[in-house]
Design a binder for this molecule. Structure first.
Ligand code: SF4
Length: 280
């Protein structure tokens, strides 16, 4: 990741909005980044740039390593502050920056980290894509409902996206029809599942086959958490556990509101209900 990231004289407005790390430079892609997931800005405001993150937040590549370097974190937070405080100004600055010759025919990955955290922010990006038809844009996202409503009916022709598993909206994805990305333990697991790895180029996530396999980062602590699963199966386990807990709470509520409950509490339980199963 590039660390030469100047902040403008205003202190908060980044002088350059789009950056390139070495991997992205190799494939001609530019990056726009926000701080990953949840945090607190220097002025005390809290944020969550990934409101639909699920288990991915526990194995997030962007909450480790170079992303946590102070200069990198400061740049990402400055980007977010710009968006939060002056969405229209940020949008105009992005359109202006994308007018440079170097972006003609280039690709921009929207979000090296972070996601489309609000509808107005997503709409701003859709407007930017339309304002710069000579550039190409793509993104991974877990904002399924927001995309179904705001993007899918009329996407800009120069914007491609892939839904990524590991979020709280996974159940809304259909791997039979949606372009989807899943994190796998390794390349062998991707091949065994019959999915296509995007390891050779991140652009394969939107230009390659529709079922996109992403090999997990080789970080021991993350691999331990993944425990041989895919993000989709890990999230499905968590969703199922939550559903069971919700069901138990519901049963408890129903039980507590039964007409004879007050009698039971008063020691007058009806024999007919004495052996009824109770929620844990
Ligand atoms: S959505 Fe991406 S950036 Fe956000 S917490 Fe999940 S893995 Fe990290």
């Amino acid at each position: 990741m590039s660390t030469s990231l100047p902040i403008s004289a205003t202190g908060r407005r980044p002088a350059r909005l789009l950056t390139q790390n070495s991997e992205m430079r190799r494939i001609g892609v530019w990056n726009w980044s926000l701080p990953a997931w949840a945090g607190r800005l220097a002025d005390g405001r809290t944020y969550n740039t990934c409101p639909s993150a699920g288990i991915c937040a526990q194995a997030c590549y962007a909450r480790r390593g170079t992303y946590t370097w102070p200069v990198v974190r400061a740049k990402h937070e400055a980007n977010l502050v710009y968006v939060l405080d002056d969405l229209a100004g940020w949008q105009a600055a992005m359109v202006a920056e994308l007018g440079a010759r170097k972006f003609r025919g280039a690709w921009v990955r929207i979000h090296d980290s972070g996601d489309f955290f609000s509808s107005s922010y997503l709409q701003a990006w859709l407007d930017i894509c339309r304002a710069r038809p000579d550039a190409n844009f793509y993104a991974y996202t877990k904002e399924v409902a927001r995309f179904r409503a705001l993007v899918e009916p009329d996407p800009p022709p120069n914007f491609l996206w892939v839904y990524s598993y590991g979020g709280i909206q996974d159940a809304a994805l259909d791997s039979a029809t949606d372009r989807v990305a899943d994190v796998f333990p390794d390349e062998d697991a991707i091949a065994e599942a019959g999915w296509a790895s995007q390891e050779a180029s991140d652009l394969l996530a939107v230009l390659g086959p529709r079922l996109v396999g992403v090999p997990a980062n080789r970080i021991p602590a993350l691999l331990k958490r993944l425990a041989g699963r895919r993000f989709s199966s890990w999230q499905a386990e968590v969703d199922a556990e939550r559903a069971v807990r919700r069901g138990r709470r519901h049963l408890q509520l129903v039980d507590n509101t039964r007409p004879d409950h007050s009698q039971q509490l008063a020691g007058k339980a009806s024999p007919a209900h004495a052996d009824q199963p109770r929620a844990a």
